[in-house]
Design a protein around this ligand. Structure first.
Ligand code: XLS
Ligand code: CA
Ligand code: CA
Length: 437
């Protein structure tokens, strides 16, 4: 990766270009419906995958070198930061996201960790000021170290709970210093492998209290951003407490955290939970909890979190459809929680992967607007529910009826006809919009 400063800026050349190092659909400053594409899409680089991941898998070691030829830990992490900001510049990415331990060496004690973290946060702040790049969100890695083997805020050990709070507090302080707009709680190891050793009620209660304390601390320091829960059904634990969007929303409601907390929806986690990406976005939206997106895709044949760069345009179109219906991103954005494959082990592959993912979402944005302008699908759905716009249906929606009235009404009904759902036709409309002129 040492040669990264020689890489050229990636420009938009349009769909006819055959230049692999050019955008075909992402034209950062093109205005679509009153906003530039970079404002619509709010792309972010994920530090852990792009700056640190070195191709390792369960069966073999590194296939990439991300040490930048440095032995001294702090100097190495500064070079990593230089690489991150250079890549963002070359790719026209305005935001980035990190875990605490992605940006600094952990050292040999809590004190050393805190010191290194602070040094690197100051370094990132300088780089932000020079380049105009921004922090989208940060998060504490409270799952990697062996002390977190049984969880962090759901650990059976109260000392681990306290250490987890220290790390989240450090990240909130960093978030405030760097002007970030999100703090993400991804479960990590907040879940269980077996109930024979687990007090589920206590763990969930402790987790709720932890999040409240995080919120109260951050707000008392003037933090204005969102807190985000990132649902995932399994991996690393057999059962993660934030299983999916519906489970996370229920947890937030139970703990009275909705409002301060929203959801960070990851495509790969949605499919692991047996849902589509769009389903998870819709659940977040209808509960007023749409926050941010971790853009990637899984492999439908594999039951684990492959974190691939997103290239499936049906998925990006329907995801952007949900984003547009939500009124766009506010504090959130599109973070590429995605890594190049173990065999795609060059600097060029990192660029090509981001280009592929950014173009897939740019195409998704363009096609989602086309779908909305075409109007046939929205119109169909609207008409499908038209029985709720007058008469007894309107009374149901307005909450102005009861079982006696409904039963009396139903007694007089003859030949109820439910209209066709027209699924095949609507799917062909989607294809027409996506591939027609
Ligand atoms: C792991 C998660 C993780 C979060 C941040 O599966 O995707 O990377 O996004 O901790
Ligand atoms: Ca993620
Ligand atoms: Ca993931």
């Amino acid at each position: 990766m040492e040669k990264y400063s020689e890489i050229k800026k990636v420009n938009y050349e349009g769909p006819k270009s055959k230049n692999p190092f050019a955008f075909k659909f992402y034209n950062p400053d093109e205005v679509i419906e009153g906003k530039t594409m970079r404002e619509h899409l709010k792309f972010a680089l994920s530090y852990w995958h792009t700056i640190n991941y070195s191709g390792t898998d369960m069966f073999g070691g590194d296939t990439e070198d991300k040490t930048f030829g440095e032995k001294d830990p702090l100097t190495m992490y500064k070079k990593k930061a230089d690489f991150a900001f250079e890549l963002m510049e070359k790719l026209s990415i305005d935001y980035y996201c990190f875990h605490d331990v992605d940006i600094c060496p952990v050292g040999n004690s809590v004190e050393e960790y805190l010191h290194n973290f602070e040094v690197m946060v100051d370094y990132l702040k300088e780089k932000q000021e020079k380049t105009g790049k921004k922090l989208l969100w940060d998060t504490a890695n409270n799952f990697g170290d062996k002390v977190f083997m049984a969880g962090a805020a759901t650990s059976p050990n109260a000392d681990v709970y306290a250490l987890s709070a220290l790390k989240v507090k450090a990240c909130i302080d960093a978030d405030i210093k760097l002007g970030g707009t999100g703090y993400v709680f991804w479960g990590g190891r907040e879940g269980y492998d077996t109930l024979v050793n687990t007090d589920m009620a206590l763990e969930l209660d402790n987790l709720g209290k932890f999040m409240k304390m995080a919120r109260d601390y951050a707000r008392s320091k003037g933090y204005k951003g969102d807190f985000l829960i990132e649902p995932k059904p399994k991996e690393p634990t057999k059962h993660q407490y934030d299983f999916d969007a519906a489970t996370a929303v229920n947890f937030l409601r139970t703990n009275d955290l909705l409002g301060d907390f929203k959801l960070n929806i990851e495509a790969n986690h949605a499919t692991l939970a047996g849902h589509t990406f769009q389903h998870e976005l819709r659940v977040a939206r209808i509960n007023g909890a749409f926050g941010s997106i971790d853009a990637n895709q899984g492999d439908p044949m594999l039951g684990w979190d492959t974190d691939q760069f997103p290239t499936n345009v049906y998925d990006t179109t329907m995801a952007m459809y949900e984003v547009i219906k939500e009124g766009g991103f506010k504090n959130g954005g599109l973070n590429f929680d995605a890594k190049t494959r173990r065999q795609s082990n060059t600097l060029e592959d990192i660029l090509l992967a981001y280009i592929a993912g950014m173009d897939a979402f740019a195409l998704g944005l363009r096609l989602a607007y086309k779908l909305i302008k075409d109007g046939r699908i929205d119109e169909f759905v609207k008409n499908r529910y038209s029985s709720y716009t007058s008469g007894i249906g309107k009374k149901i929606v307005d909450g102005e009826t009861n079982f006696e009235e409904l039963a009396a009404y139903a007694r007089g009904l003859k030949d109820i006809k439910v209209e066709s759902g027209r699924q095949e036709y609507l799917e062909s409309v989607l294809n027409e919009v996506m591939f027609g002129e």
